[in-house]
Ligand binder design. Sequence first.
Ligand SMILES: C[S@@+](CC[C@H](N)C(=O)[O-])C[C@H]1O[C@@H](n2cnc3c(N)ncnc32)[C@H](O)[C@@H]1O
Length: 353
Amino acid sequence: MPHVPNLLERLYVLRGNRAPGTIYDLLGSWTCKTVVLAAEVGVFEALSERPGTASDLAVRLDCDPDTLGMLCTFLARAGYLDRDGETYHLSGLSERWLVGDASLVDWFTFWDRVVYPFWDDNAETVLRTGAPEQSLYAWLDDHPELWAATQRGFEAAATVVVDPILDAVDLAGDERVLDVGGGHGRYAIAACERHPGVEATVVDDPLALAVARENAADAELDDRVSVRGADLLTDDLGGGNGDAETYDVAFVFNVVHGMTPAENERLLASVADALAPGGRVVVVDQFADTSGPMATARSLVAFIGFSYRVLLGGRAYPYAEVADWLGAAGFVDTSRTDFRRAPGVSMATGRLS
Ligand SMILES: C[S@@+](CC[C@H](N)C(=O)[O-])C[C@H]1O[C@@H](n2cnc3c(N)ncnc32)[C@H](O)[C@@H]1O
């Protein structure tokens, strides 16, 4: 586990308030920085191949042994490495979440390399004015070298929740899916992998789509997963050129939080236009009125909602507001699903009559 105060510390520091409990937050931010650095030089991948001492690792990773030893000592204190004498190996936490297919390293890196620099330049202005001068996505178009890191970060977060979400999406198996703001394409690809008859189009900012193209090719699905560059707020979400293709299901995953209510009404009306009669929409996002037994989920949504304001001028909206936009766009039978396996993530669905 990351730093968890022991019973004595909880009583003395947190309950008794006899020492600054704020130190735990500093420790968390130091840990995040250290994990990103360790991942970047390859500590976790190297230790997943085989355990080693700091000196052994230093040779393998071309690092200074004494300094790498200090880094490993801290990572072990923080619960990311285990130590057996002088030999380090991955802790269960790192084994599960920092290497392999479910690795969250790209999600950490996205915060460190993309969000925080943007935040440093914009957060105070947003706090004073209520909106960023430029959204993160517009800023990324001026920093195109960061688009891939951004999409890889979104993708890492998606790998944790893709299964519970797609388990809840009722696909017969022959649908044409439009993945609106689908970015990295992971959801479209997973839908096609689950159902051999499904075809999907990922529509997103043209500069954002390189990762989706690469992922579709890696999954050998480039014949069934296509990508289309478009501005979701101004472009036709169908095929365009007045000859719109129609889709059976639209995914709108983690997009509405970045838009104003008026923009979401417009976006969902375009989604409705791109769907065939009876077509369905699936909106996934963090809803402001998230509830449930996990206090962490409510803290996450509170922070993430604020970060959407700083990064995009948006927020985490309550479900009722999302349902109103869906209704205004012509969707009926709207309903909400929360995910026990993905606390803080919710889904709103509707269908055209
Ligand atoms: C938070 S990401 C979500 C990606 C993916 N759907 C997921 O859930 O992981 C939001 C995506 O919407 C795209 N997006 C937001 N506003 C857009 C706009 N006006 N035009 C095109 N794409 C947009 C972004 O480029 C980004 O890929």
